[in-house]
Design a binder for this molecule. Structure first.
Ligand code: SER
Length: 325
């Protein structure tokens, strides 16, 4: 990428997706062409990192001008469970920052914007099995409300100003590089930490709770492929449904137990059960498959094996580092 106008900004770069997307984008487009931005400093090269709050439009504009940004991956978000603790903050962070990004992207004639939507955009009246792309959307969490609103804002900005803004509705994402925090699907990450650290885990949804999930390498590849797809192929600038696997919390616990026979999982649903119960159990992503060629690779079996392998190494590394001190 020689043209400096096409540098990429990733907001929310220290979060679950941001941490891995920044690395993948740098690998693909060159280290110096990707600027990471968050309210928490990450270990990244200081020159390629901007400390800023995306709800602060002036700060965001300064970064865009300084680094000649042409594409933004705007990942800043307060997730579902955290959003129920502080709904006003969830609205402010999720929507004000998105409006800033969209308005600045139009003003600076940017090439593309990516914004993550979610299965949380669906609600209790959405058909829960093989949920279609165009269907009832009546979320009952503030996070879900910001996701539907955000999709509409993105589509509006595309229709009115021609900005190429693209959204994916991610399922729950399973990954090991960042600790889980603030999401309803977090149990599908926390269970691996609990199993390796303590040999047990108390799951906050019931064993028969089924939600759509995806392993992070699939989520990253989906994002890169989707953003690289020719604009003429895309038939919606609302969110595209995206799917990989679907399983119950009980099936997940069984899969972990297959690797760690002494593992004990108990189930004690809390307020997050209500959120999980309002989301689809499985997703129809035929639109993504047809329009931009989406194919998932990771099954539950492969995901569990990879999670345990990678987390074991990470825990071993952390222990050795602590002993060296
Ligand atoms: N993983 C998110 C959450 O649980 C859903 O997008 O909040």
């Amino acid at each position: 990428m020689k043209n400096p106008k096409s540098r990429i900004l990733v907001t929310g770069s220290s979060g679950q997706i941001g941490t891995e997307l920044v690395a993948a984008l740098r690998k693909r487009y060159g280290q110096r062409n990707v600027i990471a931005c968050d309210i928490k400093r990450s270990g990244a090269d200081a020159e390629l990192f901007a400390l800023a709050d995306a709800t602060d439009r002036r700060a965001l504009e300064r970064i865009i001008r300084k680094h000649r940004i042409g594409t933004i991956y705007h990942l800043v978000s307060i997730l579902s469970a955290a959003g129920e603790e502080n709904p006003n903050l969830a609205w402010k962070v999720n929507i004000e920052s998105l409006r800033n990004v969209l308005e600045l992207a139009v003003r600076y004639k940017m090439e593309k914007v990516f914004w993550p939507s979610s299965i949380a955009a669906f609600g209790p009246h959405t058909p829960r099995t093989n949920t279609r792309q165009l269907t009832v959307m009546d979320p009952n969490t503030m996070y879900g409300i910001t996701k539907v609103t955000g999709e509409l804002l993105c589509n509006y900005t595309f229709t009115k100003f021609g900005l190429d803004v693209r959204c994916l509705r991610y399922p729950g994402i399973i990954s090991w590089k960042t600790p889980p925090g603030g999401g309803t699907t977090d149990y599908a990450v926390a269970i691996f930490h609990g199993a390796l650290r303590d040999g047990r885990y108390e799951c906050f949804v019931s064993a028969d709770t089924v939600l759509p999930m995806m392993y992070m390498p699939d989520a990253i590849r989906a994002t890169l492929e989707f953003m690289a797809a020719p604009r003429s192929r895309l038939r919606t600038h609302l969110g595209y449904n995206l799917s990989a696997m679907t399983f119950s919390a009980g099936e997940l616990a069984k899969e972990v137990k297959r690797h760690l026979p002494n593992f004990v999982c108990t189930f004690k649903p809390d307020e997050r059960q209500r959120i999980a119960d309002s989301w689809p159990r499985s997703i129809d992503d035929r639109g993504s498959r047809k329009d931009w060629g989406w194919r998932p690779r990771f099954t539950l079996r492969a995901t569990a094996a990879e999670m345990l392998k990678n987390l074991r190494l990470a825990y071993r590394g952390a222990k050795e580092a602590a002993e060296d001190k």
